[in-house]
Design a protein around this ligand. Structure first.
Ligand SMILES: Nc1ncnc2c1ncn2[C@@H]1O[C@H](COP(=O)(O)OP(=O)(O)OP(=O)(O)O)[C@@H](O)[C@H]1O
Length: 264
């Protein structure tokens, strides 16, 4: 069966104040793939993710999402808003509105689909609330629904962000270091949840990660950046010590062998 292309990036180039951040980056992610973006700090992972959902505009090159143009040669497409409604985003921090309840935070995942007036008074239909509660159940924190978001642990907050992607109906989830500030057990749960959504719901997942062991455990494919260029794109099993040395330099061996698996 021919697979639909979720994300297609062609020759994407971006610089900040004359310093290159992405240099002619090209890669394709098919629908249903689970891909890790790896590379040392400053290699361009966040910048690349931000181009995939239109938070950042390239200088040249093309980003197509689900077969439609999102940006091309430095211009956003006029239908970018509709296209972005298919993309759920999870960040390392600042995912939630802390003063709102968990349930309200999930419901605002629906904002693209409801009127501004209704969102302003935070009015949601019963059906929308049931959908949001069911998403919270799916991510395993239904009992937290009426707590303020600020009361949750970091891992629980990331699960709320994932529930919000579900309510939004996201077909693609972009996650920028979603486990960077979590303890190992919470990190494992968040990664397993993303894996389940990928396997069971067919959601395409593209995640930037520092933790090499997590990449090897959960992601069949890795795309590795160095100084804004793709240095490796292939099966994670082929991301061997030699490749890691190229990506991370002398820090690679020591950190992987010592069991930390976290490369900064
Ligand atoms: N808004 C910005 N203004 C100026 N420079 C930026 C901006 N965003 C990113 N950069 C630069 O672009 C390069 C790539 O940064 P980016 O944050 O994408 O790397 P990263 O691989 O995600 O790093 P980390 O793992 O530390 O998050 C870096 O040199 C960074 O300083």
């Amino acid at each position: 069966m021919l697979k639909e292309t979720a994300v297609e990036v062609i020759d994407l180039t971006k610089s900040f104040r004359g310093k290159i951040a992405l240099k002619q980056v090209s890669f394709t992610v098919e629908s249903g793939e689970m891909v890790a973006l790896v590379g040392a700090s400053g290699s361009g992972k966040s910048t690349l993710l931000r181009h995939l959902n239109g938070l950042e505009r390239g200088e040249s090159g093309v980003v197509n999402v689900l077969g439609f143009p999102l940006q091309s040669e430095g211009k956003f497409h006029s239908k970018i808003r509709q296209l972005r409604s298919n993309i759920g985003c999870i960040f390392q921090q600042f995912n939630l509105v802390k003063r709102l309840t968990v349930l309200e935070n999930v419901l605002v995942g629906n904002l693209g689909q409801i009127s501004l007036a209704r969102s302003a008074i935070r009015y949601f239909t019963k059906a929308e609330k049931i959908q949001a509660l069911s998403a919270l159940e799916r991510v395993g924190i239904l009992e937290q629904a009426y707590k303020r978001a600020s009361m949750l642990s970091g891992g629980q907050q990331q699960r709320v962000a994932i529930a919000r992607c579900l309510v939004q109906g996201a077909r693609i989830i972009l996650a920028d270091e979603p486990i960077a500030s979590l303890d190992p057990e919470s990190a494992r749960k968040v990664m397993e949840l993303l894996g389940e959504l990928n396997q069971e719901n067919g959601i395409t997942v593209i995640t930037s990660l520092h933790q090499v062991q997590m990449v090897q455990r959960y992601f069949p494919r890795a795309v590795a950046l160095k100084n804004g260029e793709i240095l490796f794109d292939g099966a994670t099993v082929d991301l061997d010590q030699n490749q890691l040395n190229k990506l991370y330099g002398t820090a690679a061996k020591e950190l992987v062998l010592s069991g930390h698996g976290e490369l900064v």
